[in-house]
Design a protein around this ligand. Structure first.
Ligand code: FAD
Length: 610
C-alpha cells in the first residue's frame, strides 16, 4: 500500500485531487450500508479516504475495522485518524501496531478532547500526550517513516468556543510549526466557508520565514451542504464564519426545500474549490470532503466542478444491453440508481446499473432531513462529525452554564430554564434554544420537567400540513407532511415502574426504556419499526425520514448516558455534584414514548397527565 504523499507525488504537476472522510456508523445495519456506499464512492476515485476516531478511543475497533476494510478489500489509500488524549497509551500502541499489520500507511495525528487535568478537575493519568505534536513525535520515534503523518490546522484559528472573536490563526502558528518540524507530511484543515480566510491562511504559511510550509500539501476540509438545518448546526459547532455571500445564496431559496438547498450548496462548494485552486496558483490542489457518510452532495459537486473531476465524469456511459447503445449519464443518476460495477475501458467508463431495488431505496434515505433519530439503517445516522460523545461546549463554559447542581431539583431547574429560553444549551442539546415546533409544546414539557421527567427530545403530532409550512415543512413543494407525537426523557427508577403500568394499559402508545446497566423494556417486538415523520409529495412514494426502532434507541441510550458521565467529569470526584450525577447515571432510565394517534394532536400530552 502506498502513502498519501507517494500518491500525490505520482500525480501530474498541479493535477487536482480529492479525498473523502467517513466515520464508523453507530448501528450494524448502518455499517453494512456504509460498506455498500463506500464501494460505490470508491468508483469516484478519491486519492485517499479518511476514517475518523472517536475521542478518548470510543470507536477503537470500529475505526480500525473500517480503515482495514477500505485498505484491503476496497484497495483504497486509507488514512486513520488517531487522537492521543484521555486515552490509555496502550490503545495508541495497539492501534499503531494493528494499523501496520493491516497495511494502513497513513495517520492523521490529533490531540482529541482537551486533556483532562487541564480543563477538567480529574488529574491526568499520563502527561505523555498533551498535544498532537506529542503523538507525531511518538509515531516517528516508534515507526520511523513507515507512516505518512497528517496534522490538523485551523484557517480561522483554533476555536475552543469560549470566545470565537479571539480566534486567530497566528496564535496557533507556533504549534503548527512544531507539528510540522516533528514530522508531519501534510496538513488538513478544519471545515470553513470563508474562502478569503483560507486563502490568507495558506499565504501566511507559504510565506513563513522558516520555509517549512513552502511545499507541504495543505488540504482544505470542505463540508458539502446537505440540508439548511445541518449546515447551520455544523458551522456553529465548528465556529466557522459564514460570509454574507454564502448566506445570501442560501437565503434565496426556501430553507425547507432540501433539494434547492442542496443545489445551491453544490454551487457554493464548486465556487470555493475554483477560487482556492486558482487564487493559490494551484499550490492547493487537493480537496478533502467531510462526507458525513452521505454521498449525494459530494457526487453533485464532482459532477459540476471544473477543478476536481472524477474519471467517471463525462466519460460515463450507460449501456443498453439489447440495443448496445451507449449514452452519457450523470454521476448523480448513477449513484441514485446504484452501480453494480464500473468497467473502465480504454476510452470510456461503462456503468452497469445495479439491479437490486434496495440500492435505490438506500440512495434516497439521506435526501431528507433526519430528526433526532433519523434512520438507523443510514450510515449517516445520528452523527455530526463522528468524533464521539462530547458536551459540545468547553469545560469552562459548561461550568458557567450549568453551575454545580447538588440536588435533583437543581437539575430539574436547568431543564426548565432551557425550555423557557433562559439557558442556552443542555448537555444533550446540539442547538441553542428550542426549535419552533418544540416551542408549541413548551407548556406540556415544562409541566413534565417539574414532575422530574427530564425531557431531551420531543415532537408534536402533525396531521397533514403543507410541505412549505414555516414550522413543520420539509421536502419538495406541493407535498404534505405528517408526524406522530413523541417524547423522550430521563426518569428515576421508581417513577419509571409506575409509568410502565400505565403504558402497558395504553393501546395507542409504544415505548422503549433502558438504563446504563443495560436493562431494557419495550411493548414492541425487536423487529418493529415506527415511522414517526413522513411526507407525501407529487410523483414519488411516501417518504419517511425519521423512524424509531430498537437498534436506534439502544445506540442513542448508550450515548445519552455517556453524556452524563462526561458532565460528571467536570467536577471533583468527591464533590456533591459528582455524586449526584453518578447516582443519576447509575439509577435513572431513559424512556421514549410514541403516541400513534397523530390525528388527535393532544393525545400524548393528555396521556401523560400524571
Ligand atoms: P493540537 O495541535 O494539539 O492543538 C490543540 C490546541 O492546543 C490549539 O489551541 C493549539 O494552539 C494548542 N497547542 C498545541 N500545542 C501546544 C503547546 N505545545 N503548548 C500550548 N498550546 C499548544 N477529533 C476526534 O476526536 N476525532 C477525529 O477523528 C478528528 N478528526 C479531525 C480532523 C480534522 C481535519 C480536524 C481539523 C480536527 C479533527 N478532530 C478530531 C478534532 C480535534 O481532535 C480537535 O480539534 C482538538 O481539539 C484539537 O486537535 P489538534 O490535533 O489540532 O490539537
Amino acid at each position: 500500500m502506498t502513502t498519501i504523499i507517494e500518491r500525490i507525488a505520482a500525480l501530474g504537476p498541479e493535477e487536482p485531487f480529492f479525498s473523502f472522510e467517513f466515520f464508523p456508523p453507530k448501528t450494524d445495519s448502518g455499517v453494512q450500508n456504509l460498506i455498500a456506499r463506500l464501494r460505490r464512492m470508491a468508483q469516484l476515485n478519491p486519492l485517499f479516504v479518511n476514517i475518523t476516531w472517536g475521542a478518548g478511543g470510543s470507536t477503537v475497533s470500529k475505526s480500525l475495522d473500517l480503515a482495514a476494510l477500505c485498505t484491503s478489500e476496497l484497495g483504497l489509500t486509507t488514512c486513520l485518524h488517531l487522537t492521543c488524549t484521555n486515552m490509555e497509551k496502550k490503545i495508541i500502541d495497539e492501534t499503531l501496531s494493528l494499523a501496520k499489520q493491516k497495511g494502513i500507511r497513513n495517520i492523521l495525528a490529533l490531540r482529541g478532547d482537551p486533556p483532562r487535568g487541564e480543563e477538567y478537575w480529574t488529574p491526568p493519568e499520563s502527561q505523555e500526550f498533551m498535544y498532537a505534536v506529542d503523538l507525531v513525535r511518538y509515531i516517528r520515534q516508534e515507526y520511523g517513516n513507515y507512516f505518512c503523518i497528517g496534522v490538523a490546522a485551523y484557517p480561522e484559528g483554533y476555536a475552543d468556543g469560549s470566545n470565537p472573536e479571539a480566534q486567530d490563526p497566528k496564535i496557533d502558528l507556533p504549534y503548527l510549526i512544531e507539528k510540522t518540524v516533528a514530522g508531519a507530511d501534510f496538513i488538513m484543515t478544519q471545515l470553513f466557508f470563508d474562502t478569503d480566510k483560507f486563502i490568507a491562511f495558506e499565504k501566511m504559511l507559504r510565506e513563513h520565514e522558516s520555509g517549512i510550509f513552502r511545499s507541504i500539501p495543505i488540504i482544505p476540509g470542505l463540508l458539502p451542504i446537505n440540508t439548511y438545518q445541518s449546515f447551520i448546526r455544523t458551522a456553529k459547532l465548528s465556529h466557522a464564519h459564514l460570509p454574507d455571500r454564502v448566506l445570501e445564496k442560501l437565503d434565496a431559496v426556501p430553507s425547507t426545500d432540501d433539494e434547492q438547498v442542496k443545489q445551491v450548496g453544490v454551487d457554493i462548494l464548486v465556487e470555493m474549490i475554483d477560487r482556492i485552486y486558482n487564487e493559490t496558483c494551484h499550490r492547493v490542489r487537493g480537496f478533502h470532503f467531510y462526507t458525513l457518510n452521505l454521498e449525494r452532495s459530494v457526487a453533485l459537486i464532482l459532477d459540476k466542478s471544473n477543478v476536481v473531476k472524477t474519471p467517471l465524469r463525462l466519460k460515463l456511459v450507460s449501456q443498453n444491453k439489447e440495443q448496445k447503445i451507449e449514452k452519457p449519464v450523470s454521476i448523480e443518476s448513477v449513484l441514485a440508481d446504484g452501480v453494480k460495477d464500473v468497467k473502465i475501458t480504454e476510452k470510456v467508463a461503462v456503468a452497469v446499473p445495479a439491479s437490486e431495488a434496495s440500492m435505490t431505496a438506500e440512495a434516497s434515505w439521506d435526501d431528507f432531513p433526519n430528526g433526532r433519530w433519523g434512520d438507523p439503517r443510514s450510515p449517516a445516522y445520528g452523527e455530526i462529525d463522528g468524533y464521539g460523545v462530547t458536551l459540545h461546549v468547553p469545560a469552562k463554559r459548561a461550568l458557567e452554564l450549568w453551575g454545580s447542581p447538588e440536588t435533583t431539583a437543581d437539575i430539574s431547574e436547568l431543564f426548565i430554564q432551557y425550555l423557557r429560553g433562559t439557558l442556552q444549551v443542555l448537555p444533550w442539546s446540539e442547538e441553542e434554544g428550542l426549535s419552533p415546533e418544540t416551542k408549541l409544546i413548551e407548556g406540556d414539557l415544562v409541566r413534565l420537567n417539574k414532575l422530574g421527567l427530564w425531557t431531551v427530545a420531543s415532537q408534536p403530532a402533525v396531521n397533514g400540513l403543507r410541505s412549505d409550512d414555516n414550522i413543520f415543512g420539509w421536502g419538495p413543494r406541493n407535498g404534505y407532511v405528517f408526524q406522530k407525537a413523541l417524547i423522550e426523557f430521563f426518569v428515576p427508577e421508581n417513577t419509571w415502574f409506575t409509568l410502565k403500568e400505565k403504558l402497558q394499559g395504553g393501546d395507542s402508545v409504544s415505548y422503549y426504556a433502558g438504563n446504563s446497566r443495560g436493562d431494557f423494556f419495550s411493548n414492541m417486538n425487536a423487529s418493529d419499526v415506527n415511522a414517526v415523520t413522513w411526507g407525501v409529495f407529487p410523483n414519488r412514494e411516501v417518504v419517511q425520514p425519521t423512524i424509531i426502532e430498537e437498534q436506534s434507541f439502544k445506540a442513542w441510550s448508550e450515548e445519552a448516558f455517556a453524556i452524563w458521565k462526561e458532565w460528571q467529569r467536570l467536577y471533583p470526584r468527591t464533590s456533591k455534584t459528582s455524586h449526584l450525577i453518578n447516582m443519576i447515571h447509575e439509577s435513572y432510565y431513559l424512556v421514549s414514548i410514541i403516541h400513534h394517534d397523530y390525528v388527535n394532536t393532544n393525545a400524548l400530552w393528555n396521556f401523560l397527565q400524571i
